[in-house]
Design a protein around this ligand. Structure first.
Ligand code: ADX
Length: 207
């Protein structure tokens, strides 16, 4: 895929900016990037945090791997190149949500460090929060909510993360949620507390 095909295009700004949208919403926009193995709990935590924040009157939205692969990214598979493109598109979408003032939670395995670094590089400091949903392969395989580990072990799913494709652990995530040791509720509380503590739940929050 060519890097840049569009030419003769000019960025067009609106009449109001992100600060006005954030003031209207009473929060800071941000992308909270959950990464971890399939079955680690990313989506479970993301939808629970989304519900908690919306209950508190905040606008939060989850972009989920399986869901986005039904639409925007349905032409992508699980080769390294397709995963890179998957993450690139999601990061661009999440950046738009962030500019809207939304708290956008992305729930993708995003197994490659370089892809996550490229995603982070699109954002201003503080707009991108990397959350490592840490659970080892044995734990995730024990849960196997979709039966995919079993199929991967049987050789029916090629390039399955953790079995026949790599997962590169984050080196400096903003937050680690160890779901092999803590309950969903504890992880959800820790993430909400992090966002509150860093000022994301207020339009005047720290930058
Ligand atoms: S990513 O690696 O490109 O970030 P993504 O999060 O979008 O992956 O999709 C992962 C989901 O796709 C898994 O939770 C699982 O349901 C499904 N899946 C299907 N095939 C694979 C595979 N080969 N490796 C990992 N996940 C897969």
């Amino acid at each position: 895929m060519a890097d840049q095909k569009a030419t003769n295009i000019t960025w067009h700004g609106g009449h109001i900016g992100r600060p006005e949208r954030e003031a209207a919403l009473g929060q800071r926009g941000a992308t909270i990037w959950l990464t971890g193995l399939s079955g680690s709990g990313k989506s479970t935590i993301a939808v629970a945090v989304e519900a908690e924040l919306v209950k508190r009157g905040k606008l939060a939205y989850v972009l989920d791997g399986d869901n986005v692969r039904h639409g925007l990214n349905k032409n992508l598979g699980f080769s390294p190149a397709d995963r890179t493109e998957n993450i690139r598109r999601i990061a661009e979408v999440a950046k738009l949500f962030t500019d809207c003032g939304v708290l956008a939670f992305t729930s993708f395995i995003s197994p490659y460090r370089a892809d996550r670094a490229a995603a982070r590089a699109l954002f201003a400091p503080g707009d991108f929060v990397e959350v490592y949903v840490a659970a080892d392969v044995a734990t995730c395989e024990g849960r196997d909510p979709k039966g995919l580990y079993q199929q991967a072990r049987a050789g029916k799913i090629p390039e399955f993360t953790g079995i026949s494709a790599p997962y590169e652990e984050p080196e400096a995530p903003e937050l680690v949620l160890d779901t092999s040791k803590q309950s969903v509720e504890e992880s959800v509380n820790a993430l909400v507390a992090y966002l509150e503590g860093k000022g994301y739940l207020s339009a005047q929050g720290r930058r």
